[in-house]
Write a protein of this length. Sequence first.
Lengths: 293, 264
Amino acid sequence: MNMFLETLIGGLLAGTMYSLVAIGFVLIYKASGVFNYAQGSLLLFAALTFVTLTDQGVPALGAIAVTIGLLVLTAITIEKLLLRPLTNRSPMTLFMATLGLSYVVEGVAQGIMGSQVRALNLGIDDLPIFLGDIMISQFDLIAAGVALAIVVVLSLLFNRTRIGIQLRGVADDTRAALSLGIDINRIWQIVWAVAGLVGLVAGLLWGARQGVQFSLSLVVLKALPVLIIGGFTSIPGAIVGGLIVGAGESLAETYIGPYLGGGITPWFAYALALVFLFIRPAGLFGERQIERV
Amino acid sequence: MTASAGPALEVRNVSLSFKGVKAISDLSFQVTRREICALIGPNGAGKSSLLNILNGVYTPDSGEIVFEGEHFRRMQPLEAARRGIGRGFQNNALFSGMSVLDNVIAGLSRHSRVTLVEEAFRLPRALGQERAFRDRALEVLKLFDLEKYAETLVGTLPYGVQKKVEIARAIVAKPRLLLLDEPLAGMNAAEKQEIAAVIARLNRELDLTVVLIEHDIGIVLKLAHHVVVLDYGRKLADGPPETIRDNPDVIAAYLGSENAEAAA
């Protein structure tokens, strides 16, 4: 029983790291209907900038401030150079544009800051702590706490401020939002910047886990099953999806793995996502798209 | 306020086509300040397209729009909203996942004077504005007798109530011109009377100029001060309701032969 609980809790905590990556997608998808393939590159860019600055001796808080500034600038640039000229184009066109964007961001980031693996130390000891007989990773616990804090901040932003009202308005009906004088371009800049900040947090946590290098941008591939399970348009969905994927992977590896010779983790999430596609294509919390003609 | 002389809105030689199909051809008319102007005509006559030109969703192929003395080759939606052109949509375009109050507060967007930073950190000015917006929105809800629905999710309300919320959202920012696309469609007779009364009252009490599209001729003739009849993108008639009712072209094209006999 303890082993089961330990596996489950460890999996759930690891799952919040997937949720963090997925939230970045949800924000942009909700506000502009764009599946932003470049989210992983932005995450890499953020982590790489932070590591490069701290390697130069910049204190951590300063490095975070500079990185945030750069992310906001990047969001504004992306909106002006990429999204605005492509307004009203098909979702596929926009997806392809973000695919191109991901190569540009990765290329520029690695061109300037190098492509070797860099260690990122957040100063969190990865010592296990014990809750009764159950062993929990301290790092995972802190990561989960950070993810929770981000969700709380985002939900306050969306539900308690006028910017939040505008954001939800744009997500709900772009045409009506425009007719009320809501500046959609500005909203997109804000959303991309916020998605960038979420990417920064995810990039730091993942970077501390596996080192900062090109492969960090591939965590987007882990976000995909999370989004399919939770739904592309829901932040709670991203959380629940992440938890399901994390717990599922962890339990499957421990309990099914031995029968299949291990190696379940790389594909389990996709198999799970496939099952969800069959029974609930819009995801657990996703909105079924109804097109009004 | 700009000079009160001259028309509130002027459509000058406007043409619009979609992939070679003419939707509006060389259309011109004027809307006087503080009048209710009704656009009528069969489906496909170009009425909705015209509203879309007026608030900047479509760009006309030629012609221009004069709004309060300023000339526009094309209007941008944001620009239209900032200059005080409010808009209600066919079938409603409310933010269905939000409360009635939040919908109406969203309508005040163009009046925001605080910066994003003030808003994010909830500085005094942002909080003050938030309170002012909330008060103003509640005031308008009261005007429409909607206070009891303030916290209700708008998507759960009956269609007629939603329509009132949409009009409330469109007028909360005190527009100078209100465009309404079939505000009475899909309603029963009692609801139609109620919405028509709301529009007449807004026009009277807030000095609001209104351009609306409506199919219910009985109500149009009572509500509007001025009627413009469109058919296949062309203007068929333009004048006060009484002259429209008796215009044989209109009767033939729009009201149908049955009515033509009745009118004869």
